[in-house]
Write a protein of this length. Structure first.
Length: 340
């Protein structure tokens, strides 16, 4: 969705047989207007992306060596892409994959997360290497707001009705969330969450409201809630899982996907009480951000995985009827992200 109790994930890849920190975060915002799918892959030191369809051409490389990457999109403002480079600088661009990069943070960025909606614009969150969370909203040049200290990971979402949604996982396994504005109060959501990347995920849409999912630290089971920050938790998946990903849109409702410790990806859609988990992919790489989902009222669910050979695959439109498209077959993909 593994982390060394601070802000870095390490995957053995290029840069001269060195350990390169690779990680990511994604957020999905859905709108009644179709949002072209955005797919991104982090490979051995580079970051590539495509927008428009699962068969669109890649912009490769979109960015060079990077420690952390994040993507989002909405139908008005277009794609938002952010990276943390290997020097701890955060960069972002909006509107097009070929837009210029804007330096957002200098020197101490460890994690970046992004979201976007047609009314509120982009949302960017940065966790420093010291565990302090900052966020900004509305534009790439908006001022930063200090949000939370002691953060291990963060996920963000946004929709035109409910505004920004930010969730943090502390180093002690506590999950807090806020919604509506960057200065809204924090609500304690969950105790005993697994402290690792990909174990907390959020989404939001104007009809169904916030969607939060966590993996617990006791059994690695998945829990989710929807509709408000004080909604009850549902016990969603009782098999040891290493990652959870969520999305939501007003037409199709919540989409939840899990990656088990055995490398199997499962998904369900429509409600938290939907009875059927669909076996989506077997042989997924077991690691953070090897699974990603998005959802759109017109195009339906979008799911992507990285398999054990380092190839990225994606499908769109249905959990059961859509076919998988081989997206990136370099053999060294380690992270996949989607938005739309």
């Amino acid at each position: 969705m593994t982390m060394r109790r601070s802000l870095y994930v390490f995957t053995l890849v290029l840069l001269g047989c060195a350990w390169l920190p690779l990680a990511s975060a994604q957020a999905t915002t859905s709108s009644p207007t179709p949002t072209p799918p955005l797919i991104a892959v982090q490979n051995s030191g580079n970051f590539a992306a495509k927008v428009g369809s699962v068969t669109a051409p890649w912009v490769d490389p979109l960015y060079g060596a990077s420690h952390w990457v994040a993507v989002a999109s909405d139908p008005t403002n277009g794609p938002v892409v952010a990276v943390v480079d290997t020097s701890g600088n955060a960069w972002a661009k909006e509107g097009s994959l070929t837009a210029p990069w804007v330096e957002e943070w200098t020197g101490t960025a460890g994690v970046v997360a992004v979201a976007s909606d047609a009314t509120n614009g982009l949302l960017i969150a940065v966790v420093t290497t010291g565990g302090v969370l900052y966020a900004k909203e509305g534009s790439l040049t908006a001022p930063w707001v200090e949000e939370f200290a002691g953060v291990d990971q963060v996920d963000v979402a946004s929709d035109p009705t409910n505004g920004p949604l930010i969730a943090v996982l502390t180093s002690g396994g506590l999950v807090y969330a806020k919604e509506g504005s960057l200065t809204a109060p924090w609500v304690e959501e969950f105790t005993g969450a697994k402290v690792a990347q990909g174990t907390v995920a959020v989404a939001s849409d104007p009809t169904n409201g916030p969607l939060i999912a966590v993996i617990d630290s006791t059994n690695s089971y998945v829990y989710a809630k929807e509709g408000s920050l004080t909604a009850p938790w549902y016990d969603e998946y009782n098999t040891a899982s290493v990652e959870v990903a969520v999305a939501s849109d007003p037409t199709n409702g919540p989409l939840i996907a899990v990656l088990t410790s055995g490398g199997d990806a499962y998904a369900k859609e429509g409600s938290l009480t939907a009875p059927t988990w669909y076996d989506e992919y077997n042989g997924t790489r077991v690691g953070p951000y090897a699974l990603a989902v998005a959802s759109d009222p017109t195009n339906g669910p979008l799911i992507a995985v990285v398999d054990t050979s380092g190839t990225a695959w994606a499908k769109e439109g249905s959990l059961t009827g859509a076919t998988w498209t081989e997206e990136y077959d370099s053999g060294n993909a380690v992270v996949v992200l989607v938005a739309g």
